[in-house]
Design a binder for this molecule. Structure first.
Ligand SMILES: [Cu+2]
Length: 156
């Protein structure tokens, strides 16, 4: 990155000496620099251990197992942990082998909605009846269960 900044400075200096009458060359140089910078930043952003978290809908420990299994089976995913409470799926993955879109589609394929995308009806219908997180009755059932679990944890 530092090298590129130096390069830009040199180029700009160069143009001042040139008295930059040729606007076309100036614009082309700028565009080239922007393209190079974008290429560099993209390759840097695809690292071996990317961390991200996405919101995935679900209600219980069975959902947790299903979501995590789907995520971890996606090529390039190293770690996937979903929280029943926050609905957050924390991921560690190889950015050179996969991306968030692929991981999301794995999760959607097993029937779980993400924050921005909905699973198909067919996929949703494959989840266990007690996992029907789109159903308010099911959500309410699990609410009680969650509180009991919390209570148990505090009772230790
Ligand atoms: Cu469930």
């Amino acid at each position: 990155m530092v090298q590129f900044l130096v390069l830009i400075t040199i180029w700009d200096y160069d143009l001042k000496l040139f008295n930059a009458n040729n606007l076309k060359i100036y614009i082309m140089k700028k565009l080239l620099i922007i393209t190079l910078l974008l290429a560099v930043t993209t390759s840097f952003s695809q690292s071996k251990n990317e961390r991200a978290s996405i919101e995935v809908d679900g209600v219980c420990m069975m959902c947790k197992a299903r979501i995590e299994k789907a995520a971890i089976r996606t090529k390039g995913v190293k770690s996937a942990v979903w929280s029943v409470k926050t609905h957050e799926l924390k991921l560690i993955y190889d950015g050179r082998k996969t991306n968030l879109d692929s991981i999301k589609s794995s999760v959607l394929n097993v029937g779980h909605d993400t924050m921005d995308l909905k699973a198909t009806e067919e996929a949703y219908n494959t989840v266990h009846p007690c996992c029907r997180y789109r159903d308010n009755e099911v959500i309410d059932d699990h609410k009680g269960e969650k509180e009991e679990n919390d209570h148990d944890e505090h009772a230790h």
